[in-house]
Ligand binder design. Sequence first.
Ligand SMILES: Cc1ncc(COP(=O)(O)O)c(C=O)c1O
Ligand SMILES: N[C@@H](CCOP(=O)(O)O)C(=O)O
Length: 468
Amino acid sequence: MKYTSTRGEAPVLEFSDVLLQGLARDGGLYLPETWPQFDAETIASFAGKPYEDVAFQAMQPFVGGDIPDDDLKSMISEAYQSFRHPAVTPLVQTDANTFVLELFHGPTLAFKDVAMQLLGRMMDYVLAKRGLRATIVGATSGDTGGAAIDAFRGRDRTDIFILFPDGRVSNVQRRQMTTPEDANVHALALTGNFDDCQAIVKGMFNHFSFRDRVALSGVNSINWARILAQIVYYFVAGAALGSPHRKVSFTVPTGNFGDIFAGYAAMKMGLPVEKLIVATNVNDILARTLETGRYEKRGVTPTISPSMDIQVSSNFERLLSEVCGKDGAVVQRMMNQLAQSGSFTIDDGPLADMRRSFGAGRCDEAQTSSTIARVWEDAGYLLDPHTAIGVHVAKEQNDGSVPMVVLGTAHPAKFPDAVEKAAGIHPELPENLKDMMSAEERQQILAADQDVVERYIEDHARAVTAGV
Ligand SMILES: Cc1ncc(COP(=O)(O)O)c(C=O)c1O
Ligand SMILES: N[C@@H](CCOP(=O)(O)O)C(=O)O
């Protein structure tokens, strides 16, 4: 499988190079040249299969011969052994037509673990084969950071630097980043919001002398391998609910558009999806865009679903590329407009194309809390605020014609204050994570300034090439 950049000017790469690159060198995101196709029989055969087997079948065509099949299988198997549920991503029915796909049984209680546990292993594997080290950077609004640190802590070939907005993540999220003692872990609290952190990460990738000197690699969903691993659970859930003989819709609590783009990929590969529904909090740029065709940045409002407090949604660029016929110049033009004026408009044709696959809805703070309370009262099921946004939007948009799967993106215990306030129940952390709440924290508070962050990384990363 070959990969091309959404902006059309970066080198065409194979899977392992895309894995190590993060952002393409033209500032774009890598996409596979074609979508592998699964026929009805193959999709039907996923029902009841172990998660690891579906994962291998779904991912192998994207990896091609770049990693031998047996090695890929071993990494998949190890990655999902770290999950607390035997089904890895179980489905739970919460009313007649709604199912929550629980993606939070990994080590840090976030859906990010599904991809990150595999990514850590794949990167280590490729670096070891090439005899290289890498400096991993990531921006987080809360969950990517902890999941990435868990996946990379203690690994000899990588140092990991996670940028998060100081004071804008939950206590549990912060402690997952600041309490690991491993020397290769660096939690950097920046005095800004998530979009500032993400802009600095992208800025570092576009600063080539720095990028090459520290052998920069990225673990945000700009990295194709993150999306790849998330495609799997759409097939798992679809097949469990009767695909390919029955269509299914998915509602996805959305911020950076990575998780829902994985659903789009599954659909392109043959999964019969009725609709992919973007659920946003009051930071609703994506819902507004689908409604009006105009992508327009506004300020970020802090919410009780902090991981979705995002305005610049990285993976939307991947969807733009798809609906604009993979025309790099068109995508580049829209991204330039966004950088210069904070907005761009999508032409009618591509917009209509998007609307055929995607719906969208928004959920405010009061609706988030009342959804947590209602589902607890009606079904005895405790939602985290992000998943609650999905459930609220799904209820608004679901006409009952097909099963609706809401992606359960985080465990309620990651957001105990918001959950307790809404439902009167204090969600308990799993036993093995409780110690973290009293452990010593280690973080560096830095200005949200690319030069400052680069200097810190150069001083602490082991992959720095002397004198380059
Ligand atoms: C709990 C939770 N829900 C939803 C999202 C949004 O996912 P995405 O950024 O892939 O759209 C995130 C962050 O990414 C998250 O951490
Ligand atoms: N919501 C995310 C933001 C980063 O998203 P990513 O999927 O691009 O890594 C978070 O929790 O950090």
